[in-house]
Design a protein around this ligand. Structure first.
Ligand SMILES: [Zn+2]
Length: 412
């Protein structure tokens, strides 16, 4: 089962599971139980050409090899009603993505029924720990309904589809993060009411937070605003768990959570202050460690990453468009192919590695390479052979990245 603290780990090519898990083993030795959750979305499977069964196989094999005795899960990440089916036999964590249904307005007759059903929420709302009083009017109630009612309805359809076919325990996440506008704590309150009413036993909820959560790089936004919103979200969840029919272990889930070094101290402090759990998803950060490890290995490993860069550079739009809401890359600021081809392995890895103190570090370069795993997938066996040949080097980077840069600042 999903523990109080859990970390989503993505592994595009299913080669680093053992090295990822070693970071959790290290945490366990320090007395910190963190549940590893291998996540892979439909989009990633499609890009790489893999199947959901491969994630289950990787997770089970890694757990056996490391003699990991605690819980672990396999997350069908960002599934929809169209894509859930193939994931059901292999997953025990389902991230139900209904972001696309947000803002589908109620018809006039639906509005009437809706208002009758939820009218008793109109009035002032006080939540323990939050200074301000929230005011819910008929107008705000209807606004929430127009935004979220159909999204929750859709979550229910997906949940029922899973429930029909899946026996035993599985964790349920509802994600609304891949949208333009963040959800306020009051909106989160209302979403939880709707989920509870729908009878969806949601374990983790992924709202969109304020600020930019770009892939693989640090948070960009107002830290004080994030802190206030995050703390209020924690308090809203505690309140809703007490008042409504929701699982006791319900907790926040942070997507695109890797490398948000500015936020980790805030998150660490607040989850401990309020005794809350947390799920944080990382994905591409391990793929970038593979590139770093290959570059540092020199020789054919370095040649491989240079050729991936050159190919990716010439297919810039194709690779970056699917990630447009979660990256900020300026093509004109990227190093030219000839420049990168002249680099030594260390120059490549220092430009890519997320170390803001290193003058070579380039977040533009890093975000761009985050999107270019499709090129590595196209290289097929040639790329996999390089990963295997240099696994010791890569593995060290993968474990260090998960433990030192994520688990340690977040949970320890
Ligand atoms: Zn997400």
């Amino acid at each position: 089962m999903l523990g109080k603290y859990s970390l989503g780990i993505g592994d595009r090519f299913a080669k680093e599971g053992v090295f990822q898990l070693e970071a959790f083993v290290k945490a366990k030795k320090l007395g910190k139980d963190i549940t590893p959750v291998w996540n892979k979305s439909y989009r990633e499977h499609k890009t790489v050409g893999s199947k959901p069964s491969s994630v289950r196989k990787e997770a089970d094999e890694s757990v056996a090899k490391c003699s990991w005795k605690s819980g672990y899960l396999v997350d069908a990440d960002h599934i929809t009603i169209q894509t859930v089916e193939d994931f059901i036999p292999y997953s025990d964590f389902f991230t139900i993505d209904v972001a696309n249904q947000i803002g589908h307005e109620l018809t006039q007759s639906e509005s009437k029924v809706f208002l009758e059903e939820y009218r008793h929420h109109i009035g002032n709302l006080d939540i323990q720990g939050i200074d301000e009083t929230f005011e819910i009017t008929e107008e705000t109630l209807l606004e929430f309904g127009n935004k979220f009612y159909k999204a929750v309805k859709e979550s229910l359809l997906i949940y029922q589809k899973i429930k029909e076919k899946r026996q035993g325990y599985f964790a349920v996440e509802v994600s609304m993060d891949e949208v333009e506008v963040p959800q306020t704590p009051l909106e989160l309150y209302f979403i939880l009411i709707l989920l509870s009413k729908a009878g969806i036993p949601v374990n983790t909820i992924a709202p969109k937070f304020t600020g930019r959560f770009n892939k693989g790089v640090d948070y960009r936004g107002d830290l004080a605003a994030f802190e206030k919103e995050f703390e209020q979200d924690l308090l809203v969840i505690a309140h809703c768990v007490e008042k409504f029919d929701l699982p006791k272990d319900l907790k926040l889930s942070i997507h695109s959570g890797s490398d948000k070094f500015l936020l980790y101290p805030i998150i660490n402090r607040l989850i401990k202050k309020h005794h809350c759990g947390l799920h944080l998803k990382t994905a591409g950060t391990t793929w970038l460690e593979e590139l770093i490890g290959l570059a540092e290995s020199g020789g054919s490993g370095l040649e491989m990453v240079k050729s991936i860069y050159a190919e990716a550079y010439s297919r810039f739009d194709e690779l970056t468009v699917p990630y447009v809401t979660v990256i900020e890359v300026d093509k004109d600021q990227l190093p030219k192919i000839e420049t990168v081809n002249s680099w030594e392995g260390n120059k490549f890895s220092e430009t890519l590695r997320h170390d803001q103190k290193n003058s070579s570090y380039d977040s533009n370069f890093r975000q761009f390479l985050h999107t270019s795993y499709k090129i590595a997938a196209e290289k097929g066996d040639g790329f996999i052979e390089e990963l295997e040949k240099n696994s010791e080097h890569i593995g060290r980077n993968v474990t260090e990245n998960i433990f030192d840069k994520h688990i340690n600042p977040l949970f320890i």
